[in-house]
Write a protein that binds this ligand. Structure first.
Ligand code: NAD
Length: 381
């Protein structure tokens, strides 16, 4: 089969779904690879690098879509790309089947097969294909770097001839994949790091990374905000009040707050209120990784950096992985390469789209002229 990767056309998107390294691995599975000219330029991969890895480089997006049996890309296809998608093609991409239901229906009607990368089940066997986790890991790391870039002091404490510097205090709200990456980055830079999550089982992970878990003044048995599959559920009003009271207490002390709290299929919970922002010291920084879902901080403006009247910087960028396009392209392309390995069991360049396979079934949203979303729950953990 010919696997093809076009240049992303979503404004500001720098990632690419195939790298010269992933192309080399795809060829070992018996596939041929093709990219659109310039597809990897913004991620640091030149056309010459692809050619050296045995990849065909075609001049236009139209030629790419025409040549490929499987199109691997990053963003949900736009209207032009949807027109180019053919009935005999497989598309592998982030797809947002709920928000982009029309496109999913259209793809199914055509008879194309669509694998949505965010639908890869979050089970142990599928971790190597879990693009949500690899992108969240980058977002968490980058959030700390972005905070540091906007913070006027060191993270680590120092005693120098020119004076004593206290360590920065960082609070990470939400200790899922992005939050844990932010904690790891922040502690490795030497900050005193605190973290909170509604799921008490993450306290151990938080502490193992050198941060302090923030406990609430709340009956322990009522503190569990876990739902199924490692995700959070909506907090009770009493729990939320206890959480906000604790954050109010912490706000004047914290130099950097990184919020990552999300609940599946909902707007992000509002956890950092206006009065908390007002209580923070001038020069403090908030990075709101939930900005795309409405933000955890009341004052966040999606895709912008603002500075409040009391001198607090609030960063609401929604493109953290794209800001580290080389790294995120490498990891995303590797996720896709692992998926292709499972789709090519004989390593003979022939795809076997096995709908009995939990992972392939779970991620497939259109196949055989049918919409196959939502999938049944996976059989194994
Ligand atoms: P997410 O992005 O949905 O949420 C981020 C975090 O916000 C979660 O830890 C959640 O508990 C927390 N949160 C929600 N409401 C909150 C609130 N009011 N206050 C504070 N925190 C709040 O989650 P995620 O990072 O995608 O993953 C969550 C979990 O899923 C992981 O920790 C892990 O257990 C599981 N997971 C498993 C696999 C796997 O097995 N392959 C892969 C990835 C994730």
């Amino acid at each position: 089969m010919k696997i093809g990767t076009p240049k992303e056309i979503f404004e500001g998107e720098r990632r690419v779904a195939m790298t010269p390294d992933s192309a080399a691995a795809l060829q070992k599975l018996g596939h041929e690879c093709v990219v659109e000219a310039g597809a990897g330029t913004q991620a640091g991969f030149a056309d010459a690098d692809y050619k050296a890895a045995g990849v065909e480089v075609v001049k236009t997006a139209a030629a790419l879509w025409k040549a490929a049996d499987v199109v691997a890309k990053v963003r949900v296809p736009d209207a032009t790309e949807m027109k180019r998608l053919r009935e005999d093609q497989t598309l592998i991409s982030f797809f947002s089947p709920v928000a982009d239901e029309d496109k999913m229906q259209a793809a199914a009607k055509k008879g194309a097969t669509v694998i949505a990368m965010e639908m890869i089940p979050r089970i142990s066997r599928a971790q190597k294909m879990d693009a949500l986790s690899s992108m969240a890991n980058i977002a968490g790391y980058r959030a700390v770097i972005e905070a540091g870039n906007n913070f006027g002091r060191f993270f680590t404490g120092q005693i120098t001839a020119a004076g004593k510097v206290p360590p920065a205090k960082v609070l990470v709200v939400g200790a899922g994949v992005a939050g844990l990456a932010a904690i790891g980055t922040s502690t490795s830079l030497g900050a005193i790091t605190y973290a909170f999550d509604v799921r008490p089982e993450v306290a151990e992970q938080v502490e193992s990374m050198g941060a302090e878990f923030v406990y609430l003044d709340f009956e322990e048995e009522q503190q569990d905000g876990s739902s199924s599959g490692g995700y959070a559920s909506v907090s009770s009003p009493e729990f939320r009040e206890a959480q906000l009271a604790k954050f109010r207490e912490l706000a004047p002390e914290m130099d950097i707050v990184i919020t990552t709290a999300l609940i599946p299929n909902r707007e992000a919970p509002e956890l950092w209120t206006e009065d908390m922002v007002k209580a923070m010291k001038p020069g403090s920084v908030i990075v709101d990784l939930a900005a795309e879902k409405g933000g955890n901080c009341k004052l966040t403006v999606a895709d912008e950096k603002i500075v409040t009247d009391n001198g607090v910087t609030i960063i609401g960028y929604t493109d953290f992985p794209s800001r580290m396009a080389t790294q995120s392209s490498s990891l995303y392309a590797t996720n896709i390469r692992h998926l292709m390995t499972d789709l090519t069991p004989e390593k003979d360049g022939v795809i076997n789209h096995d709908m009995e396979d939990d992972v392939i079934r779970g991620a497939t949203i259109a196949h055989g002229q049918e919409v196959t979303f939502p999938p049944p729950p996976p059989k194994v953990a």
